[in-house]
Design a protein around this ligand. Structure first.
Ligand SMILES: *Cc1c(COP(=O)(O)O)cnc(C)c1O
Length: 377
């Protein structure tokens, strides 16, 4: 049996090696390393796949978040609401622009932003909300959009972990994650559901005006060459990465299905264990399992992880420290009582390997080891 990894990029590459190598070679021969035709082609293919008017490629997911915030012309002191239980990039970009991140707690079952906590955090300085579609499942966008409309707030979806997930509205309509709010931001970091072979990111929007502005901002705020109407950045998707992503986009649905199938097997085997709670499924979104994250109860989670690593089956903690407790982002006015769920989750969650190449044999081995280790604690 092959070594078990949290993600298996090599196994995935081997299956599409010919196509990828050919795409890379074509870029090498053309030497259009910056803004080559593949970049536009990929943006167009992704627009079609997502059913969104505009995809603006950029350097990485963190830049996507930063640039989307820059497009809103916010000023110091303006507040942006985002969940406490997330990867730091979401909060970092808000702070970097001199805006105030307003962290709120998450739901104990599906781990995305708590709707009541979100509404309670709104004040006269609040300008935007960044919900995070954590671990491959969408936040409750319908409720978030209602709140945003009520208070006149912009919504930027952080869909770095949910590229390809589908959101279902009460009306029966469905949309792809990241195409629901004013803007959606994703990452093509190699381990993401749609991963490049280096850094990459993109912003999605159906708003023509915003799209135009976003395109200027990622390119030095330049409307006409050497005329700078906006403060911008240099954030581009490499032609090589775009060529690779063009190949991989064709397999995205297949990749997401493979993750779902692996997750179902985990659910079946682990669902009845007294110390485990398998990932919740919500009515409004499918789950594409960027991570397969369980909650543990009644055991020492850190010891469990340590024993798993000793047994050569990786298990990771996403995320071990809530953002409000991070040195860079803690603030005297935060009260621990406001982050009860995030605090609990950071002490109790554990993620098992999930990727597109997991075999039945590996899943059997992972779950058998996991249960054996659990029963010795
Ligand atoms: C990966 C990730 C990002 C950042 O993406 P990069 O491409 O690594 O900059 C932002 N938000 C979330 C939730 C992520 O998982």
């Amino acid at each position: 049996m092959a070594e078990i990894r949290m993600v298996d990029l090599k196994g995935q590459y081997d299956k599409i090696k010919n196509e990828v190598d050919q795409a890379i070679r074509k870029v090498l021969e053309s030497t259009s390393f910056i803004n080559g035709p593949e970049v536009k082609e990929f943006a167009g293919n992704l627009e079609n796949y997502l059913g969104v008017k505009h995809v603006i490629p950029c350097g990485n997911g963190t830049d996507a978040l930063q640039v989307s915030l820059m497009s809103l012309d916010l000023k110091p002191g303006d507040e942006v609401i985002t969940p406490d239980f997330t990867f730091v990039a979401t909060v970092e970009t808000i702070a970097l622009l001199g805006l105030t991140p307003r962290l709120v707690d998450v739901d104990p079952n599906h781990f995305t932003i708590d709707i009541e906590a979100l509404e309670n955090a709104i004040n006269k300085n609040t300008k935007a909300i960044i919900p995070v579609h954590l671990f491959g499942q969408c936040a409750n966008m319908e409720e978030i959009l209602k709140i945003a409309a009520k208070y006149g707030l912009k919504v930027i979806e952080d869909t770095a972990q949910a590229t390809g997930a589908t959101y279902h509205f009460n009306s029966g309509e469905s949309k792809k994650a990241g195409t629901i709010g004013d803007m959606g931001c994703t990452s093509f970091f190699p381990s993401k559901n749609l991963g490049a072979y280096g850094d990459g990111g993109a912003i999605f929007t159906n708003n023509d005006e915003l799209a135009e502005k976003l395109r200027y901002i990622v390119n030095h705020g330049m409307k006409t060459r050497y005329y700078h109407d906006y403060i911008g950045v240099n954030s581009r998707l490499d032609t090589l990465q775009a060529a690779i992503l063009n190949v991989k986009l064709k397999y995205l649905d297949e990749y997401n299905s493979a993750r779902k199938i692996a997750a179902e097997q985990y659910d079946t085997i682990l669902g009845n264990h007294e110390n485990l709670i398998t990932p919740a499924k919500v009515s409004w979104s499918d789950h594409i399992y960027h991570q397969y994250t369980l909650k543990t109860k009644g055991i020492d989670r850190n010891l469990l992880q340590k024993r798993m690593m000793e047994s050569k089956v990786p298990a990771m903690i996403y995320y071990p420290v809530p953002i409000h407790r991070q040195k860079a982002y803690s603030r005297p006015e935060y009260s621990e009582a406001d982050f009860e769920i995030t605090n609990q989750l950071s002490e109790s969650v554990i993620s098992l390997p999930i990727h597109t190449e997991l075999t039945d044999t590996q899943i059997q081995h992972i779950t058998k080891t996991f249960i054996e280790v659990l029963n010795t604690l």
